[in-house]
Design a binder for this molecule. Structure first.
Ligand code: SAH
Length: 219
């Protein structure tokens, strides 16, 4: 069967900007190829959708550059047995990538309109292993804890303690930490009662707004 124009652009993008920058986990690369990014940014041209940059998704929010989604996902080392918590559902693009890799994804978004849209797109893709919640994700989702992996897709002033506490033993958490404009991607790994933390490099995300994040009203 002939590959669609979108699938072709996706394949080229993954080769150049994702594999070309060192992401080599085959399951992650396959998941990226399997998720049609164009569904998450309706009305944008395929050239924009498959550009090496974030995209506006409405409500003043953005979906990350594909490389950032790939890098964060690879760092989380998600297996088929894993339960994953995502904070910042947004368009649902990262949710869809995680849902292709994990047993179950629990995703939290503070803006109801974004959850409604993400839920519809993931439903269309038949990704049924996802639970959605509207609320403040800086306090996690305690009822569904513990999680083998936690992915925070908005920038925080510090690692929210409730998220660390909801990690399973051996679990991984990735989160952009810094000021409102610029952050550093941080990987936290839980080892019993110890949390090992590594800073991995600069990044730029919209602010994580909530009790354990930034105050609202200044986004
Ligand atoms: N993962 C998303 C990225 C969206 S941008 C995607 O693939 O499209 C980050 C999202 O985090 C925004 O939608 C924003 O509304 C949301 N957000 C910010 N603070 C939050 C909080 N405390 N709890 C849940 N979501 C939050």
């Amino acid at each position: 069967m002939q590959e669609s124009a979108a699938a072709h652009l996706r394949r080229e993008h993954i080769e150049v900007f994702i594999r070309g920058r060192g992401v080599c986990d085959k399951r992650v690369l396959r998941a990226l190829q399997d998720v049609p990014r164009e569904l998450f940014a309706p009305g944008m041209s395929l050239n924009d959708v498959y550009g090496d940059h974030p995209l506006p998704i409405g409500c003043g929010q953005t979906v990350s550059q594909p490389y950032m989604v790939a890098w964060m996902t690879e760092l989380l080392r998600v297996s088929e047995e894993d339960r994953v918590l995502e904070i910042g559902t947004g368009s649902g693009y990262q949710t869809a990538v995680l849902a292709r890799l994990a047993k179950e994804v629990c995703t939290v978004e503070r803006l109801p309109a974004l959850t409604v849209r993400a839920q519809a797109v993931l439903g269309e893709l038949n990704l049924v292993n996802v639970r959605y919640r509207v609320g403040d994700g800086t306090v996690g989702w305690a009822e569904q804890a513990p999680y083998n992996a936690i992915c925070v897709t908005a920038g925080a002033p510090r690692v929210p303690p409730p998220l660390q506490a909801q990690l399973a033993d051996g679990g991984r958490l990735v989160i952009p930490v810094g000021d409102r404009m610029l952050q550093s991607l941080v990987l936290v790994e839980r080892c019993g009662s110890r949390y090992n933390m590594r800073e991995l490099g600069g990044c730029r995300f919209v602010p994580l707004v909530g009790a354990e994040g930034w105050p609202s009203g200044q986004t």
